[in-house]
Structure formats: C-alpha cells, structure tokens
Design a protein around this ligand. Structure first.
Ligand code: FRU
Length: 528
C-alpha cells in the first residue's frame, strides 16, 4: 500500500469517526446544571446518616411503622406513630408523637402512649371531643382522645384468640401528656384473632361518633354518643375486594367528586400481603355510608398507590378547609425489617391531599403532595421544550437528584426516565403507551440484596385511566424514596430506593418521537 494512500485512508477514517461522534453529539444532548449543592454524610449525626430522608418525616432514632392518631387541633397537626424505642426492628409497640404547623417541618415530642398490663399499643386514631361527650375533660378544656388497639402478647403466646381489644387514652393538654381510661378496654374482643386499628371520627351528618375497625377479612362499623360505649352497626367486605392478606388500618371519609355536586364515601383498607406488586398495599372502595353501613357497587379492585412502599396510610381528622390529608408508612412488611439503615428505620410519605374524580365513568381517588410542600422548592433548572427523536437521549447532569422534584409534560407516548450515578446505579421508570402500563425498575437502583423480593422484579401497573393527550409527571425524590404522581395524582407510585451514591444524571428518552414541555428540576430544601 502506498504511503500517501495510507495517510489518506487514515485521515478519512478519522473524518468518518469524527462525523460519527459529532452525529452522536448532535442527537444525544447533555445539559449540565451547575449547583453549589454539597451532600454531607455523617453516620454519627442525626439526619445526616446515609439514606436519611431530608424532607420526609422519620423518627430521630429506632423503629417506626404505621401513622396513628392523625388530628389537627388549634393550628397544629399531630402525628402519632407505631414506635419501638429500643431497636430498629418491630418490638413492643408505643405511640411516638410529632407535631407540625405545616405538615412539612416536624417537632419530635415525648412518647405519648406506653404499653401497659392490657398489652402493647397498636394502631388507632385520635379526635378532639369538643363537646366533652366523654366527660373526660370539660367544655372549656375539651379532651383529645386516642382510641387504639391493645395487643396482649401473653394472650397471643398462650394461643388465645381474644388478645386484641380497643382501648382509650385522653389528654387534657393538647397531646403533651396522656392518661389511659381507667375502665379499659372499651371494646372487648368478640373471639377474633385479628380485631384492630380503630378509626374514629365525628359524623357531621348523623351527629354521632363513628368507628370503623378491621376483623381479619372484613370491616366493622360502630356508633357512639360518648366515645366510650360503642354499638356494632354493620360489617362490610367479606366477599368484596382484595383478600390476599389480612385487612388492616381502615379509614372512611366523604369526598366531593371533582366538577360535580356528587358526594361519595371512600373506604381505605390496607392489606398484607396481597398488594399488586407484592407484600403490603392499600386498596379503596367508593360507595355510600349512612352512618351505620357502607355499600358499594364497585366490582374492580382499586389501589391508592401502585408502588411497593405506601402502607397503612390514613387521613387527618379536622384538617382545615375540609381537606382530606393522607400520610402513609413508606415501607412494606416484606422487607421493612431489612432495609439498610442503621440508627432508625423507615419514613412516612409526603403528606398528600386526596380528591375524587370520575374518569371513563369510573371513580378514581387522586393524591398529590399537600400545597405546603411547594414552599420547599427552588428552581434549579427549567426548559420550555425538548424535542426528542426516537431513541435519542437528553441527559441532565445535576449533582443531587436525591433531594429534588422533577416536573414535566410529555406526549401520551412512550417515555423512559433513568436516574443514574457514577457507580452505575440506575432506577428506571417507563411509561408504555401501547401496553398502557407504567413500570418502575429498581433492580439495579443501588443496594437491593438485603432481602430477596426487594429488587427481584420490575413493578408494572395498568394505567387505563390515563386518557389525556399529554401526561404530567411529578417526581419527588429523597435520599431513599421516589414518589411519582401522574396527571395530578390519577396514579401515584411510592418506592424505597437505596442508591450507593446520589443519582447525578437524569436520562430522558423514548422509543418514539417525543416532545417534553415545561421540564423543571427543583431543589427541595431539607427540613431537619
Ligand atoms: C399494620 C399493623 C397494624 C397493627 C400495627 C402493629 O402495619 O400490622 O394492623 O396495628 O401494624 O404495629
């Protein structure tokens, strides 16, 4: 081969490869978002430990599960929760306590309820007895009343079947200190192994106290004039809904259907196991409640959240402006004890406002982060429009996606979002328009092998209620969780994640031509 040709050959190869590289550059875009964000991790400092949520509620230390006793009173949101102060695994249950004036910043309070000779303190609810119907306070100083389940461990060990009863405690200083009602239990067991998690509320229509609790495979409804003596009115659910596991943590409330004057009652029932993506999940029924019994014509099974990690969620009593505010436990009994955190275990979801819509003639419970959450945002990056050719990628390089909110509108076509870091952890979410499914793949999202089922499968959800031409995506990511809301919460997905390092790249792509509008990345201020 003559030298000149050879040189030419080399040049043309170089040219071709230059052209090829520039082609690649032209089609795939990288947008670098400068930020002064620094991430401090220090295992010895509370709220700086690896995986510690920066803007979600988590206990300062030790184990937490269900939210309990959620009540708003005199400007303060009370959040009680299932708490074991001695270890980071489930143990003898207490009620931990925290308060907030905005549902975002929380103050830790003293433990509210301790186990006693009747048993451990399982889940339940709280009300303010404004008219002092119980006689436990005065009209001038109405008592705050907690109604919860006593779980008698000794009884359970002895093989009895009546070891769960309902107890009452009251506070005359707005939840600071509590006394147990001396004639507890207020409802004895009906010889039912599972008999728990009372939700009590004032029924404005019938002017009486209502309670719903669960008994294995169904819910029981009660009424009371004084919160102490209860009358069993009806049962619901034996042959309706999902029954893959025992029923737990019920709630019932009324909502107006969007854009109409119609009102419907929503019954929430958590079940474990039996959720669509494995383990624990919360189903709901839409129907009517006359103060005594709940009826529904619903045939299908509906879930409040289709991710793997939103369980035992219930709503606030007396929230301002008649809002229905929900908080769930961001975990799943399949691996709650195994997640790789050290000083504490688990967190709550972002508080969410619930509403009801009719889509395709079907009632749908929607949830979105409460509006107070907006105050935590500052815009780090925004772009009006990104046009993507099929399989073309836009990568946003941003130092800490694990404390961010991503919002965008995309055509109702395939969209794939990949959260990625330099140790190659990747969390993939994929909306598939043709199959009408939404998928979350956390199999390679970071630490997953602490328990077999955690990273075993891609989680798929049918999204037949996405009927719009463009889809709004709202994605909130904290250090160890992702919460996704589609079209204003028509679908929501909550999942835990444990990336080895924060995700620093968001890759946006599609297998079709796609158009992204109003892409925003917000930094979320920490609250601790
Ligand atoms: C739900 C649950 C409740 C029970 C509590 C015990 O997660 O199993 O049914 O009251 O946890 O901690």
């Amino acid at each position: 081969m003559d030298f000149k040709w050879n040189k030419l050959f080399i040049i043309s190869i170089l040219e071709i490869s230059l052209v090829l590289t520039s082609c690649k550059k032209e089609s795939d875009t990288v947008i670098y978002v400068p930020t002064s964000e620094t991430i401090t991790i220090d295992s010895s400092v509370a709220y700086k430990e690896p995986f510690r949520p920066q803007f979600h509620f988590s206990p300062e230390k030790k184990w937490m599960n269900d939210p309990n006793g959620m009540v708003f009173y005199k400007g303060t949101y009370h959040l009680f929760y299932q708490y074991y102060p001695e270890d980071i695994v489930w143990g003898p249950m207490h009620w931990g306590h925290a308060t907030s004036t905005d549902l975002i910043h929380w103050k830790h309070k003293k433990i509210a309820l301790f186990p006693d000779k009747l048993g451990l303190i399982f889940s339940g609810s709280a009300v303010v007895d404004i008219d002092n119907t119980s006689g436990l306070g005065t009209k001038e100083n109405p008592p705050m009343i907690a109604i919860f389940t006593y779980h008698d461990m000794e009884g359970e060990k002895a093989g009895k079947t009546d070891y769960q009863t309902q107890g009452l405690a009251y506070s005359l200083d707005e939840g600071e200190t509590w006394a147990k009602y001396e004639k507890n239990p207020i409802i004895s067991n009906l010889v039912l192994k599972d008999f728990r998690d009372p939700k009590v509320f004032w029924n404005e229509t019938t002017k009486i106290w209502n309670m719903v609790l669960v008994a294995g495979d169904h819910a029981k409804f009660y009424t009371s004039k004084n919160l102490i003596n209860w009358t069993l009115e009806s049962e619901f659910g034996k042959n309706i809904g999902a029954h893959g596991g025992v029923w737990e943590c019920p709630d019932i409330f009324k909502l107006k259907v969007d854009d109409s004057n119609e009102e419907k009652w929503v019954l929430l029932i958590s079940i474990n196991p039996g959720a669509p993506n494995g383990g624990s999940g919360t189903q709901y029924f839409i129907g009517d409640f006359d103060g005594k019994s709940f009826k529904t014509t619903q045939k299908d099974i509906k879930w409040i959240d289709n991710g793997a990690d939103n369980y035992a969620g219930v709503t606030y009593n007396n929230a301002p402006e008649n809002k229905r505010i929900f908080i769930g436990w961001m975990s799943n009994w399949s691996y709650a004890r195994d997640t790789p955190t050290k000083n504490w275990r688990s967190a709550m979801t972002i508080p969410r406002e619930l509403s009801l819509a009719k889509i395709n003639g079907d009632y749908t419970l929607k949830s979105v982060p409460v509006e107070q959450f907006q105050k935590q945002r500052t815009t780090a990056f925004s772009k009006d429009k990104i046009t993507l050719k099929a399989n073309q990628k836009t990568t946003i390089d941003y130092a800490n996606l694990n404390q961010s909110e991503v919002q965008l509108n995309a055509k109702n076509e395939n969209l794939k979002l990949v959260f990625f870091n330099d140790v190659k952890d990747s969390l993939v979410i994929n909306y598939d328009e043709k199959g009408k499914t939404f998928a979350i793949d956390r199999r390679h999202s970071g630490l997953v092998s602490f328990e077999k089922s955690f990273g075993e499968k891609i989680h798929h959800t049918k999204t037949s209620n996405i009927v719009s031409e463009t889809i709004n995506y709202q994605i909130i990511m904290d250090w160890s969780s992702i919460e996704i809301f589609l079209n204003g919460g028509v679908y929501s997905f909550t999942e835990q994640i444990f990336p080895n390092k924060p995700y620093t790249k968001l890759i946006i792509q599609s297998d079709e031509n796609q158009e992204i509008k109003n892409l925003t990345i917000n930094k979320i201020k920490g609250v601790w």
